[in-house]
Design a binder for this molecule. Structure first.
Ligand code: CMP
Length: 140
């Protein structure tokens, strides 16, 4: 079914100037960018966005990294968008990511792992609402 997912190009990949290369992969896979904006997250925004991880040992490093520079945030729409985006991204840890995936090609570490993508439909709905009011999403 046509689905939406939230994608974030993280500070490491923005700094590497590979937004366009990552967008090209979304497009080639049939994922349409229906909302997008660049922003530099505040500590509060990053903590809220990753609230599900607040008790994990990596939470502080994750938040520190996510506020270290601007990010590019987008809503992707397409058939099985959530799974498709996760396939394009590869494993969370770039050392374990399959060849040809975004993380294998552009990521340096489990924190500086180039991209985020929603992992389930409920998460996608919540994450999209975090950054985009319905009126700024341009689906046909
Ligand atoms: P992301 O998909 O953005 O969701 C949470 C992030 O936490 C994850 O990508 C990683 O960048 C980061 N992280 C750091 N350590 C871990 C870990 N041990 N397990 C999962 N995520 C981790």
């Amino acid at each position: 079914a046509a689905e939406r997912t939230l994608s974030i190009i993280k500070p490491d990949a923005v700094a590497k100037n590979v937004i366009g290369q990552i967008y090209a992969r979304f497009e080639a896979a049939g994922l349409k960018i229906i909302a997008a904006r660049m922003t530099h997250l505040s500590k509060n925004e990053a903590e809220q966005f990753y609230a599900v991880h607040k008790d994990r040992p990596f939470f502080k490093d994750l938040v520190d990294f996510m506020v270290s520079g601007p990010v590019m945030i987008q809503v992707l729409e397409g058939e099985n968008a959530i799974a498709k985006n996760r396939e394009l991204m590869g494993a969370t840890d770039p050392k374990k990511a399959e060849k040809g995936t975004i993380r294998a090609d552009f990521a340096d570490s489990i924190d500086a792992n180039a991209v985020h993508g929603s992992d389930a439909p409920e998460a996608a709905t919540i994450e999209i609402a975090c950054f985009f009011p319905a009126l700024s999403i341009y689906s046909r």
